[in-house]
Design a binder for this molecule. Structure first.
Ligand code: ADP
Ligand code: ZN
Ligand code: MG
Length: 498
């Protein structure tokens, strides 16, 4: 058996990998694609079934309207053109978990084509660029059932079949062979998932199989005109593993070509424990699915009126939202990136940013104080003891100087320890305020005496230096000086004739 690690960087550098991804996404409809059975993960085996999805003789499929609407939403979010007319087709093959002996899919007339996703990438010189990856098509189809091999006494000799998944509505999203590195494939999948989650058409949960990816990869000599023969890596259930599988597979293919061999067109399985791919079945003559139009379903017509109706539910998409948030709240692109990583998070941020004294401060606090604490506590944002309202209050108090950053950290620690929101913790634990003018003036005098240079700047006309003094006195007072009074007294002192 060859090992990919034997290749020198010089040899690897001679080759250009080419990658195209086929992603299956389960849609979050209440019922299945062609019958009224519940579309639900985790039910007891063979309980969400009926004559249609069990393929009993004479049963007829009826298309789920919601599935079409989700397909249109997803396709539009992926910049695809929606075809007014598309056609369902039978894709025939035998598999124990496919009782009909065919899958209802779309073949030569899919519902959508010609889309794209912009992904972050690097050019040959190593500069950051944005690369547009083509989406060949998005089509609708149904899922098959599941063969279960684990958890039975006779697993060694028997396969169990669970048909709950039969007829689950899917969209398959096929990329152009535009990806050139495993990193680009990773970025593409990350963007794709983010966009799909924003549209709400799928939960994209990879552990439950809601999003599954087959990765096609080939290698050719750099500058070659023709792509090499591809292999397809199936059954990889995380983006990180897909990247690892592609890296391995590229090395394997380069080794074959380098030693004068020929890459075979086949499906391969990724074995995570061993960190390599294994041949599953040769695909050389496997292309005959005998597709033909599904006689039990009429052509699917998505009229422009229906399409317009569906697209009313299309939310602002992540990229556009980031750009708008940067402009609207004066936060950085990096802030916006973190704050828009999910639609819920962005919604929550925007709900409070509108009324906060400084949205920028809210963004900073969120990133600087909240994310780390959530991670350390193993919590999702939704489980946070501190609500977005709490973050907003904390940001306002810090912005006005009523709360030193040290005090803020202590209060947030208490919130996480006691699983209590910020406003109530603040009320209980907030520092005693010093509102005695004489006491504050004394501190101001000390700070002024210690910083002659800044005093000179201020008196030379640089009035913004006042903030420096406010900050210093706040520190001296351990965050306890009454901020309004402090501001007033600082200006008074600095403006006073010497
Ligand atoms: P198949 O008929 O084997 O399913 P397709 O032409 O439908 O092949 O392509 C399936 C996927 O493989 C697409 O994502 C496509 O971009 C990708 N692909 C096609 N040819 C190559 C190649 N030579 N190397 C890498 N990926 C490829
Ligand atoms: Zn059913
Ligand atoms: Mg194909």
């Amino acid at each position: 058996m060859s090992t990919a690690t034997a290749l020198s960087p010089e040899v690897i550098a001679k080759y250009q990998p080419v990658i195209g991804l086929e992603v299956h996404v389960q849609l979050l409809t209440k019922t299945k694609a062609f019958c009224g059975c519940a579309n639900q993960y985790g039910s007891a085996p063979n309980t969400n079934v009926c004559p249609v999805c069990l393929a009993l003789p004479g049963a007829l499929p009826v298309l789920n309207r919601q599935a079409v609407e989700y397909a249109v939403l997803a396709a539009t979010a992926l910049n695809c053109r929606i075809h007014e007319t598309s056609v369902f087709a039978r894709k025939n093959y035998f598999y124990p978990d496919l009782p009909k002996g065919y899958q209802i899919s779309q073949f030569d007339r899919p519902i959508a084509e010609h889309g794209w996703i912009d992904v972050p990438a690097f050019d040959a010189a190593g500069n950051s660029i944005t690369k547009r990856i083509g989406i060949t098509r998005l089509h609708m189809e149904e899922d098959a059932g599941k063969s279960v091999h684990d958890g039975f006494a006779d697993s060694a000799t028997c396969t169990y079949i669970d048909l709950n998944r039969c007829g689950t509505p899917l969209v398959e999203i096929v990329s152009e062979p535009d990806l050139r590195t495993p990193d680009e494939a990773f970025e593409y999948l990350t963007k794709l998932k983010e966009i799909l989650l924003y549209t709400g058409v799928s939960d994209c949960n990879m552990e439950e199989g809601s999003l599954r990816c087959d990765a096609n990869v080939s290698v050719m000599l750099k500058g070659a005109e023709q792509f090499g023969t591809k292999a397809e890596v199936k059954n990889v259930n995380s983006f990180r593993y897909i990247k690892a599988a592609l890296e391995h597979e590229i090395g394997r293919q380069i080794e074959i070509v380098e030693s004068g061999g020929r890459v075979v067109q086949e499906s391969r399985l990724w074995n995570n424990a061993e960190g390599r791919t294994f041949s599953m079945r040769s695909k050389e003559q496997a292309h005959d699915y005998r597709y033909f139009p599904e006689p039990d379903l009429p052509h699917l017509i998505v009229s422009s009126e229906w399409k317009a109706e569906i697209l009313k539910a299309l939310p602002e998409l992540p990229e556009a939202r980031r750009a708008r948030m940067v402009a609207e709240y004066e936060i950085t692109g990096q802030d916006a990136q973190v704050l828009t990583s999910t639609r819920e998070r962005a919604d929550q941020f925007e709900a409070i940013a509108k009324s906060a004294k400084s949205p920028k401060r809210v963004a900073n606090l969120f990133q600087g104080e909240m994310l780390g604490r959530l991670k350390a506590a193993g919590l999702e944002l939704e489980q946070s003891p501190v609500s977005m309202k709490g973050i907003a209050l904390a940001a306002d108090l810090t912005e006005s100087g009523e709360l030193s950053s040290k005090m803020l950290k202590q209060l947030l620690d208490i919130c996480f320890e006691k699983s209590e929101d910020f406003p109530s913790v603040y009320e209980r634990e907030k520092p005693q305020q010093i509102s005695d003018p004489a006491a504050i003036e004394k501190m101001i005098d000390e700070v002024i005496a210690a910083n002659p240079k800044q005093v000179e700047q201020y008196r030379g006309g640089k009035k913004t230096v006042a903030a420096f003094f406010v900050g210093q006195v706040m520190r001296v007072s351990k965050g306890q000086a009454n901020p309004a009074l402090l501001n007033e007294l600082v200006t008074k002192k600095l403006d006073a004739p010497e």
